[in-house]
Design a protein around this ligand. Sequence first.
Ligand code: MSP
Length: 560
Amino acid sequence: MTTDRPYYITTPIYYVNDRPHIGHCYTTLLADAAARFQRLARGLDIDGKDEPTRAGSAPAGPAGRVFFLTGTDEHADKVVTSGAEHGVSPLEWATRNADQFRAAFAAMNFSQDDFIRTTEDRHKTRVHGYIRQLQAGGDIYLGDYVGWWDESQEEYLTETVAKDSKFGPYTSPVTGRPLVKRTEKNYFFRLSKYETALRAHIDAHPECILPEARRNEVLGRLRQGLQDVPISRAVTDDPTTQWGIRMPDDPGHRVYVWIEALCNYLTVVDTPGRKDLWPASVHVMAKDILWFHAVIWPAMLMALSRTENIGKLGLPSTVYAHSYWVREGVKMSKSLGNFVTLEVLKAYADKYSLDAVRWYLLTQGPLGATDADFSHAKFIEVYNADLANGVGNCASRVSNMIAKYFDGKVPERAPTPISDVGTVAQDLAAEAARCQAKFDLDSGLLRAVSLISRVDLYINETQPFKLAKRLDAEPQLRATLGHILYDCAEAIRIAALLLMPAMPQKMTELLAKWGSTPPAGVPLADLVQFAGPYGLNPGTAIVKGEALFMRADPAEPPPA
Ligand code: MSP
């Protein structure tokens, strides 16, 4: 894994006409877990508290920075209409909802380094700058646009996409709502000019669109050719059209919300002290908005890079488009009213712990190319298997035996290993890091679960409780017993570190019980060395404490 470059990860900026739900929380959770892993890898504070551009914080470690950005996209037309329905201004409505997103993200224990709202001046002024640069470079012109407008998605669709919608001709392929035919005078971006360069870039950098299935879709669509895209909308007497960022030097037009929204990834870091963060390492999102990120955004960056004032910008390393959380095969959405709300997530967190919710979403979610169903039965199954009977029970078993046979102190480890637990731990930690590098977050986390299973198996194989019974007659077995329990406890320490990005609270708790809170400034690769310099110290107290995760009864109804 490269930790010598800053790691900059972003989520989509979410529309504020709607309250946050499982979909928004899921994407942001992926980014949170990835950011936490990268901080751990670099020996930075896992909550990001040492990111230098956070107010009042200490400088980041020498091995490179980690920066995690999320926020809200506030200039959609619906903000004006929803605000009006509630008797408030668009900005007031946006603020109310942006606050809901902030609150939801705090409740999920997300560790974003910044939260951008597109109504902020820092965004608006830079967007103007970029548009001016694109105009100066000859990449923007005024023309006529006739197209199919998808009101539910705030986007124009091409004739082919509109006609072939899976919900029937001229309906939204996402929500099934009827499309509207519109003609406008618009400013256009010369997207067509970048077709060859984009294709060459995607061919040369297979990791720039992931998962692979999504990359192939983008390449397929690119082969049909690229048309220039409108990037402005006319301003009229209708108040809806007056909301947004005006085109520079032409107040009769506003910048199309999608175009300025994409710029957020750059506006936030286009400032002293953050410039080294560009290009982004990963833009995470669901597949609904992949085209904007995989095609339009890189083309805009290429165009900006050609202009003198901005210079070479570099393209994001990876655009990662996961699939959807669904209910009975249908995407959750506001229009269908079938999504898992924050209240539901909170009820699960109250009953089973927040980290259990994070674990379920991270390991069972639609990370790859297939959609995932949110199911109570599955939640309980995974909770019991991985957490209550998995890491929680394993830690209890080992700490109980250490309490009973070694007075609660980490025993000595004989110089010669008597099992492969150390090697297994080492290999799994290395694999977990490789998975992270490919954004294969769930596979990475499952490596830690395998390590816990290996410890359970090792206990079953060596039966330390039986050895303990023979100690009076055969005192020399004490060294073997100590060695076995040392290896178990040490493997649990390593598993806890690997699980930390997913379950920061519970794993901090576990490591504290283990007397092994990771010291600041030490990268993960050093921390996970089995019985290495940061391994468990014989003689350190291990606290038994309460079970980390109480077992759940599968017969219980979902929490209300
Ligand atoms: N504002 C635009 C994004 C602009 S980014 C420059 C937007 N906003 S959104 O509020 O509609 O958020 C879309 C994103 O929310 C998806 O790409 C995904 O990250 C997340 N999800 C919304 N519903 C989802 C599911 N049902 N399942 C998984 N994620 C989903 O589009």
